[in-house]
Design a protein around this ligand. Sequence first.
Ligand SMILES: [Zn+2]
Length: 382
Amino acid sequence: MKNLPDFKNSLTQLIANASISSTQADWDQGNLDVIQLLATWFEQLGFSIDIQAVPETRNKYNLLAKLGSGEGGLLLAGHSDTVPFDENRWHSNPFEVVDKDNKLYGLGTCDMKGFFAFILQVCKELPVKQLKKPLYILATADEETTMAGARFFTQTQTTKPDVAIIGEPTNLVPVVMHKGHMSHRITIHGKSGHSSKPSLGVNAIEIMYQVIGQLMMLKEKLSLSYNNQAFDVTAPTLNLGAIKGGDNANRICGHCELDIDMRSLPGMTDDELILLLSEALKPLAEKYPNRVSFEELHPSSPSFEQNHNSELVTLAQEISGHQCCAVNYATEAPFIQQLGCQTIVLGPGSIDQAHQPNEFLAHSEIDKTKEILVQMIQRYCL
Ligand SMILES: [Zn+2]
């Protein structure tokens, strides 16, 4: 094990291997270098390694490392990718770890390649032979865009740990709830024509105007029918995000598109929300046959809730010294939870630093993060 790097060195290597995810092809990168780095380290510690190619991605992989055998155990999970960066706004090279003012700066330090550096250090000191239940390390691909890695992992795995911790930056506060997220495009297929002869065309903008009326009623219905006080915004949301249609003032608009975003509360399924949307559009679909349609823009991500009274939440609150909470951002937790394990999101660093220039991990969180991981491994694997 003499070849294994210390915390800062492993963090440096993880950050130096760029693994940016973006929906724009010129930004998007594979993550194999990061995956291979993790495989090399954890293999030296006696973990068995499974690297999984994630379909329909640009050369991206998941890694599952497993130590120990038997049922149950603990899964420590995180994503291996980062967001793109804004070069002019970084004070240092985003791919270099800069230790300054008691902070470690670098792209992915807190969101969230840094989590793997913590796991590595903790595992180096583990009494490996004494594990009674397995310890799993999962590094996923493409979390920042499609969550394709976590989706594929849960579809293809039979692994069933007792508990899972996703080390996204929560300032070490256990997160047990977040909203789901879906985006749709509503399209109106009208019929263009000369503006002087309205009866010869079908104006797509006029139909979209009625669609928007229906959506505003749906928005009100959502806020009256569903509420969860754990969130800042207590109701599900519906946002009209982008609209385009038509080409010229003197032509009847033949085509109009509206992109919307809906965020569900825990307890609501994606299907339920899609049904509500479909019902809202139904009167117009009937009034204008074959002219109103909608489709998903990206695969949706479900809402997430872990029972507050579960043992994992109680323990996480005790060890971290923080009450559990709900957050506004989405994570891979709803997918990992499908393995059938108690699941929380709990990790070092702040979401305020994630996706920002000069992302950092504060020195002050290092010892506490290690301590939490040690205690969790002791409780669930030893
Ligand atoms: Zn993240």
